[in-house]
Design a binder for this molecule. Structure first.
Ligand code: RUB
Length: 320
């Protein structure tokens, strides 16, 4: 797929889900590195950085996207020549895709342990990390059923029920507003994440926080499945995660909206679930309580925290 095709597909949500977006972005940069016309190193580096910025701008909420793109930017900056840069980008991009896929598999192995025989598991949206837990539990021979939400307005629930149905898992498909109605029969909620912030709060598909609230009220465990590259390092220095708001036309067709000039349709597509409502975050490095999110950012993400603090102006030399 060409660089421009990837940009368009992410914007139109043909490529969607935080992990898939990250893998598509690094693959697009790999392809782009090769196709830039012959030039000196600096021009190539500038071209790559512009492309990286365009990719990051496609969807603002999934932190996996800037995290993955940043890995490529780092090798672009380090390259001693254009050829070396292209080679390093290729290696880094392939390594990221490989490690992302194996992270999802590992999360499946760890998260599946929380699903017991006879459980009813509720999931929201279409998360490959959350689904990995469910599919692995099925492969391991456990007998359970799933409740999957519809996920208005994008209907990502359809993708989820196709995967669950394809795996022969007994599934009930419900509208988003029926979650509380069913919560008392749910044993476990598993969702994915677009971002995990330093205090352990999780940003995921709109509606996730309402589900967490209902789960808390019913004393139902609420688990998040998230690769470490979804943890947001910039939240260490007080940056907030931007919540994407998409076109009102995804919610209400123009034919209806045009006759209602006083009605404004709002379409935020993610929300924030506070850490108090989350029992566990399953990463490829192990399952952690949300309060340990800082440790993941510090120890596993490989980001230079001091570099961030300097950029944000919160670093003092005596902290070194
Ligand atoms: C997708 C969504 C998913 C997370 C995690 O939103 O909220 O739960 O991205 O998915 P959208 P994964 O459909 O708007 O991209 O585990 O696949 O990375």
């Amino acid at each position: 797929m060409s660089f421009q095709d990837t940009i368009t597909s992410i914007e139109k949500m043909e490529i969607r889900g935080a992990g898939r977006i990250a893998r598509a972005a690094v693959s697009a940069l790999c392809e782009f590195a090769d196709t830039l016309p012959p030039s000196d190193l600096v021009t190539w580096q500038q071209g790559m950085m512009t492309a990286a910025a365009r990719l990051i701008a496609t969807r603002p909420t999934a932190v996996s996207l800037p995290n993955a793109v940043h890995l490529i930017e780092r090798v672009v900056k380090k390259a001693g020549s254009r050829d070396e840069g292209i080679r390093m980008v290729r290696e880094r991009s392939r390594a990221f895709v490989r490690s992302s896929l194996s992270a999802v598999e590992r999360i499946g192995e760890i998260g599946s342990k929380h699903i017991r025989d006879g459980d009813v598991v509720l999931t929201h949206c279409n998360s490959e990390a959350a689904l990995a837990c469910i599919l692995t539990a099925k492969k391991e021979g456990r007998r359970f059923s799933v409740i999957a939400t519809e996920v208005r307005p994008g209907n990502q629930g359809l993708l989820t029920i196709k995967t669950l149905g394809g795996a022969g898992i007994r599934t009930e498909y419900i509208v988003d507003s029926a979650v509380r109605f069913f919560m008392n029969k749910v044993d476990l909620v598993i969702v994915g994440a677009d971002a995990v912030v330093v205090n352990g709060a999780v940003v995921n598909k709109i509606g996730t926080s309402q589900i967490a609230l209902a789960a808390r009220e019913a004393r139902t465990p609420f688990i998040v499945a998230a690769e470490t590259y979804k943890f947001a390092p910039r939240t260490l220095v007080g940056e907030l995660i931007e919540i994407e708001e998409r076109s009102p036309l995804e919610v209400l067709p123009y034919e209806i909206a045009k006759d209602l000039p006083s009605v404004t349709v709002r379409n935020p597509v993610f929300d924030v679930t506070p850490s108090e409502y989350i029992d566990l975050i399953v990463t490829e490095e192990g399952a952690i309580p949300p309060a340990m999110a800082y440790v993941i950012i510090r120890d596993y993400l490989g980001w230079d925290i001091i570099e961030f603090q300097r950029e944000a102006g919160v670093f003092h030399d005596n902290m070194e």
